[in-house]
Each structure stands twice: as structure tokens, then as C-alpha cells.
Design a protein. Sequence first.
Length: 393
Amino acid sequence: MKAVVLAAGQGTRIRPLSHSVPKPMLPVADRPLVAHTIDAAIDAGADEIVLVIGYEADTVHEYFGPEYRGVPVSYAVQTEQAGTADAVNAASEHLDGPFAVLNGDNLYDPAAIAQLFEQCPAVCAIEVDDPRNYGVLSTDGDSVSGIVEKPADPPTNLANAGAYAFPEAARKWLEVPESDRGEHEITDVLATVIDEFDVSPVTLSRWLDVGRPWELLEANEWKLSVLERRIDGDVSDDAHLEGDVVVEPGATIKPGVVIDGPALIRSGATVGPNAYVRGATLIDEGAKVGHAAEVKNSVLSRDASVSHLSYVGDSVLGRDVNLGAGTNVANLRHDDAAIEFTVKGERVSTGRRKFGIVAGDDVKTGINSSLTPGLKLSPGATTNPGETVNRDR
Ligand code: TTP
């Protein structure tokens, strides 16, 4: 079956991280987010990937090329991000026979995607305690009988998980009217398929929709936790690596470093001397953790640097970020309340008791900067030496 993977979105909620790197290309363990979606499709037996690209399309195209893991990849360009049904419609010419549709910013358990393909027509669902903020499936016996968006009174606890296996006939139904939020939505295509076919629900055991920055941390927590210990880089005899730690070839771990996994230290990265890295942490290619710095449960993107005597916890640092010596990130409130973060101009709860900062590419902090929980720093923002920063900039 061909799998259409949607990766054209602008990723407005995950800004500033999506400023220059499109959301599907943000790092999750050793590969971009969308590579995990594509891996799930290939592991489930997809014989071709149709990747829908739009925002920062070249970055996605260059990474995957014409073939990925031996499976052909073709590309459809969605010129305007007019919704998920519009995105699939952009890929319509590539389709013949039944086809699957997966969100390129979702992590799925691969076994369920194999089941989805087998049971076509089918839709993936995840059981949630409170489905009122999701698209919710209703069922009749073993079939899905409908889908309703954000219902006040949910018919089931089965939330739509954005993975579909459609019969060939669905190609005719891709042109749907605009929804209330002004997009052409794939769920309206699903509604027609449900009317015309018996659609099976396939329940996922694990699923993650990466929409906001802390969900990128959660994605890394998931995919780093399944890595197995592998030490290929240059590791000092005086370093202590505990648990599932991966040190790629070309990475350097200096004397006195302690790493508690899960952690991935990628090629060209340097840690130490005397640094402490606690899981789940990704130190991406070329990133640096300096002398006596501590990094916990964080993502350091390519070429980011945490200088000596600094602390970074539960944070995401974009590319080329440089935290000056003695920069400290606070990740916990005195009142223990969940940390809030600004998403599209509104303060929302991350639901996390511990959350640090999100720094866009090229942020630079002065020495001894103090950064408060839930802080967002735009690409290129700077702080002064000794400054306490408690407002986004
Ligand atoms: P969304 O998460 O709804 O959109 P987005 O990724 O652009 O993020 P945001 O809401 O923060 O701006 O999209 C779900 C998936 O569908 C995601 O993988 C991106 C993809 N998509 C497209 O390919 N084209 C589109 O027009 C839209 C809206 C989404």
C-alpha cells in the first residue's frame, strides 16, 4: 500500500523552533520527527511513500531523496497550507488503489500501523481519559459509525489519532468544503468513507502528536528510551556512562563526565570535562556541553553550546544557541504549579511540573543569565550578563 505522509504544515504552534527548520525535520533522537512516521509506514509494509511538502519543502526533500530505506519516495507539493484534505488532494495523482494517510508530526506504535494497513478501510484511535479536546470516533459493533470534533458529550473515549487506510474510492472524495476553522479537513473525507464502507477502528497502545515545543521533548523521551547502549565515540577512561547511552562515532566525552541514560551524543558533539548529562537528553551533531555544566532531559540541537558552569533542564535549544558561562535555567515553580508557555500569543499550560526554556536558533545569553520556567526566546535573541529574564523576547 502507498502511504501519504503529510509534512507541509507551517508548525505555527511549535515556534520559534520551526522558524527555519520545518517541524517534521526537528530532531527526535537520531533522525527527524517525520522519519519516525515514515519508518512506521515502512515497517508496516508500505511499498511507496508519498511525502506532501510545502513549508520549507527543500529541507525535507533533500533529506529523504528519491528512496529511503530501499522504499521509493515521491513528492507532492502543497502550495498553500489549506488543510489536511487539501494536502492529500495534492498527492492524488500519485495514488492508485487503496492508500494510507499519516500525519508527519505524529509518533505511532508501528505494530498498530501494520494492523491499520491489513484492516483497510480503517482508522487509528487512542483511548484517552478525557476525549473532549479531540476528534472522537463513535462505534457500532466492530465498525466506526461517525466522527465528531471536540464533543461536549463524547460518544466513546476513542480519540482520532490521525492515521487512516482508505479505499481507492476515497480519491473521489478529497475535495471537501472548508470547515469552521477555515481548513479542508481529512476528517470530512473520513466521514464520507464511514458512510460508504465498513471502517475498522485500530487502537494504538502509544501515540504522540507533536504540536507544541514540550511535545518535542516528549517525543525525544519516547525515542531515546528505546535506544540500546552503544559506545562508538572517543570516551575518556575517566568518564562514567550509566544505562542506555549512545555515543556516536566522532563524538567526544572528556574526563570526569557522568552521563545517566537515556542519552544520545551525536557525531561531532563534545561533552566535558566534568559535565553531568541526565536523560532523556539529545546532544545533536556538533553541540557542546562545557566544563562543569549540567544538562537534564533536554534537546540541544545541532551546534548548540552550553558553556561552563551552566544548568539546563527540561528545555529545547535550537541550532547554534550559545548559553554563556553560568547561565541557569529554572524549570520548577515554588508553588509546584504546571509551567505555562506562550503558544500563538496565548499562555497555555504545558501540563508539566518541570519545564525550562525554548530558545530559537542563534539565541545568545550573557554570562550568569537566569532564565525562568516557560520562557520563550526568539531566534537571535540575546540577554545581558547577570540578567534575570522572566518575559519572552
Ligand atoms: P497540524 O498540526 O494541524 O498543522 P501544522 O503541522 O502546520 O502545525 P500548526 O497547527 O502548529 O501550525 O497538521 C497536522 C499534519 O498535517 C502535520 O503533519 C502537518 C500536515 N499538514 C499539511 O501537510 N498541510 C496542511 O495544510 C496542514 C494544515 C497540515
